[in-house]
Design a binder for this molecule. Structure first.
Ligand SMILES: [Ca+2]
Ligand SMILES: [Ca+2]
Ligand SMILES: [Ca+2]
Length: 457
């Protein structure tokens, strides 16, 4: 599916930058051979834009870490010749990376192995962030046109999303709105702007925050903002700032010249600031340098890309034949891979409207399996991406003993509790199928209606 688009893009490329014709053509052939079976490796990727030299042997690279911030090696570079001022990585089709490059005025593409494949045939000037949107297009902050522009993965212009003065980074939130940071200074009305998914302006999300760069939505809905510049004039200090979902300041984490930020699998926070890569325990303003990535003169760290930051599986469960409070219901959940192996399991609770969520760092095609206490399990095959996944099943009541089938054993348990109320000796809570705190003929009716039915395996 992607090949015709990629083909068109890379055919166009040599005409845009003829001096790189040979290299680009080789890269294109490599990309064809790589096919779509590759995905970029899981990890946390950090761009270092400092040129490689005898004094900076690790410059011009994309370093890769696991979620515990163990350094796994360089995915690109060091000494990557295509890097001028690489800003941010985006994941692209066929296991490739796209990297916006501010001074090169384009987006570069690299194979999974870190081989330069070519660059977008665009005339973008002063590009900042690049973000892959839910629609699969790439949202580019163009500092010369003051627009957020949409492109295909191969760099074909696909329209303007919104106009933003000095835009820096685009964040798509799980709820469907979009935040855009900017490099505007104190006297340029520096705000983080908010838009609908289709680019309708929704007003400032945060005001009086000069030169903000990467933003990240945490699993609990709070948002990290990298505040790059210092502006004592309006009382804002450079650092990693945390806000509530609706833009109320929560706290600041101490790291100067902050550019990049993300949440790691364990809920700790990671930020880049100039020469440092710092990890923070949530809520603790003083962080810890990552080993060999703290305060080195030979680094200039840019934005972060984390393939597996915590996100949410969420939805609303409709509890059939139930008049009680859904907030009293606990629910078991599992995520299973294509081989059927359980990769995550746990128990969560519903709220009074039946909503649930649980945090995951899993990505890809997985089966979501849910079993609320005395209801039968429901499952769905879903793709979990950075915005998580949603599953809102309606579930069948009647499984008193919780074995995921409605059978004679459920009748036996219900019978043993018959006519008892919540709190009575011998009362089995699971036998109160309709949630009125007593076991009556109405619970029998629910069970009878669903007799011999089993839940999703
Ligand atoms: Ca330029
Ligand atoms: Ca049962
Ligand atoms: Ca009942």
């Amino acid at each position: 599916m992607e090949m015709p688009v990629r083909f068109a893009g890379f055919l166009a490329y040599p005409f845009a930058l003829p001096m790189n014709l040979h290299r680009s053509t080789l890269g294109f052939l490599f990309a064809l051979g790589a096919a779509s079976s590759f995905a970029i490796p899981e990890g946390v990727f950090v761009l270092d834009s400092i040129n490689q030299s005898p004094f900076n042997p690790q410059g011009a690279r994309a370093a890769r870490f696991d979620q515990q911030m163990n350094f796994l090696g360089n995915s690109i570079g060091p000494g990557e010749a295509s890097f001028q001022t690489p800003q941010v990585i985006a994941e692209a089709p066929d296991g490739t990376f796209l990297i916006s490059d501010q001074l090169a005025d384009t987006v570069h593409q690299y194979s999974e192995a870190g081989v330069y494949l070519g660059s977008w045939p665009t005339t973008i000037d002063n590009i900042r962030g690049i973000t892959r949107g839910p629609d699969g297009l790439y949202y580019v902050a163009n500092g010369s046109t003051n627009q957020i522009e949409k492109y295909t993965a191969s760099g074909v212009f696909a329209g303007v999303f919104a106009s933003v003065v000095k835009p820096w980074y685009v964040l798509f939130r799980r709820g469907g709105d979009v935040l855009v940071s900017s490099s505007r200074t104190t006297n340029e009305s520096p705000v983080i702007e908010r838009f609908s998914a289709s680019g309708v302006p929704l007003g400032p999300w945060v005001s009086n925050y000069p030169f903000t760069q990467q933003m990240h939505e945490l699993a609990d809905g709070n948002v990290l903002v990298s505040v790059f510049s210092m502006s004592p004039a309006i009382g804002i200090t450079s650092g990693l700032h945390e806000f509530s979902a609706d833009g109320v300041f929560v706290r600041r984490y101490s790291i100067d010249g902050t550019r990049g930020c993300t949440e790691l699998a364990d809920g700790s926070l990671l930020a880049t600031g100039g020469t440092r890569l710092v990890r923070f325990t949530r809520g603790n303003s003083v962080g810890t340098d990552i080993d060999n990535f703290g305060g080195t003169l030979s680094s200039n760290f840019r934005l972060l890309y984390n393939t597996n930051f915590p996100t949410l599986v969420r939805g609303t469960v409709s509890l059939q034949d139930f008049n009680g409070d859904p907030a009293t219901v606990s629910m078991a959940y599992e995520l299973r891979n294509s081989g059927g192996t359980v990769v995550q399991s746990g128990t969560t609770t519903l709220d009074s409207t039946g909503r649930y969520s649980f945090v995951t760092t899993q990505r890809g095609n997985l089966k979501i399996w849910l079993k609320p206490s005395h209801w039968l399990a429901a499952s769905v095959s879903a793709t979990i991406n950075q915005w998580g996944a949603q599953f809102s099943p309606s579930v069948i009541n009647g499984d008193v003993d919780g074995d995921n089938s409605v059978t004679i054993f459920d009748y036996i348990d219900l019978s043993s509790s018959f006519d008892l109320n919540n709190g009575d000796a011998g009362y089995i809570p699971g036998a109160d199928l309709d949630g009125d705190d007593s076991v009556t003929i109405f619970d029998y009716i629910v069970l009878s209606n669903n007799f011999d039915v089993s839940g999703a395996e």
